[in-house]
Design a protein. Structure first.
Length: 257
């Protein structure tokens, strides 16, 4: 099934995986709604898509805020119509060891990474159920499957996304709504660049992280975007509740922490 004229919401589409996903889906003919809290980044993605002739719109959205999400979905219904797809991609990270993580920072990371999935999915499900079709794709991380020191809140939020995805799939399968989660490995995004710059030896870490992947490179946002496109399409019609690991083979080895 082509994604042509399918309405798809992508959160966190102002940069990185979200931006590349929005561009790829638009190139496939989807009507992409760019939901991002950063106006400059979100509008930039929308402008790039519009230059190629794709239908799109940007809606400033705090995906962790109930009223903001409700307003975004209301605008989508008014401007485009009921969404077929939802890509929950908004996310943040702040490396902190558990004892050094203030409660407020824990809450912030869980809100942006996990509460947003609950809020956005809950907001689109009524219209998807009425239509009897839909596909939800959540972007988690290999951090959902393995422990990484200094990432207690981030790891918990990503593992929660995997569990939540399974329940969404179970509850909404009778309505022909599918839900799947993608767990990327290390991907070259602005978030990665920020983290790399803070390491003691960025050049060494750059080399090491490439070697950790059997394919000897980190992933690109497009690598993940292609997996999103697959899970939204009819080619994955018999796939739901699945955790798709897109990590260049990182998870098949123990790289020692």
């Amino acid at each position: 099934m082509s994604l042509k004229d399918k309405i798809v919401i992508v959160t966190g589409a102002g940069s990185g995986i979200g931006r590349e996903t929005a561009k790829l889906l638009a190139a496939e003919g989807a009507k992409v709604v760019i939901a991002d809290i950063c106006e400059t980044a979100g509008e930039s993605t929308a402008e790039e898509i519009l230059r190629t002739g794709g239908p799109t719109c940007y809606v400033k959205t705090d995906a962790s805020d109930e009223n903001s999400v409700a307003g975004m979905v209301e605008r989508v219904l008014f401007s485009f119509g009921p969404p077929f797809g939802l890509v929950n991609n908004a996310g943040i990270s702040n490396p902190l060891e558990l004892t050094q993580t203030p409660p407020g920072e824990w809450d912030r990371i869980l809100a942006v990474n996990l509460r947003s999935v609950y809020l956005c999915t809950r907001a689109v499900l009524p219209s998807m159920r009425r239509r009897g079709e839909g596909s939800v794709v959540n972007i988690a991380s290999v951090h959902a499957n393995f422990a990484f020191p200094g990432y207690a809140a981030y790891d918990a939020s990503k593992a929660g996304m995997v569990a939540l995805t399974r329940t969404i799939a179970l509850e909404n399968g009778p309505y022909q709504i599918r839900a799947n989660v993608i767990c990327p490995g290390y991907i070259d995004t602005p978030m990665w660049d920020d983290w790399l710059a803070k390491t003691p030896d960025p050049r060494q870490m750059d080399r090491d992280t490439k070697q950790w992947h059997p394919l000897r490179r980190r992933g690109t946002p497009l690598d993940v975007a292609k997996a999103v496109k697959f899970l939204l399409s009819e080619d994955s019609a018999w796939i739901t509740g699945t955790n798709l690991v897109v990590d260049g083979g990182l998870s098949v080895r123990y790289f020692g922490y």
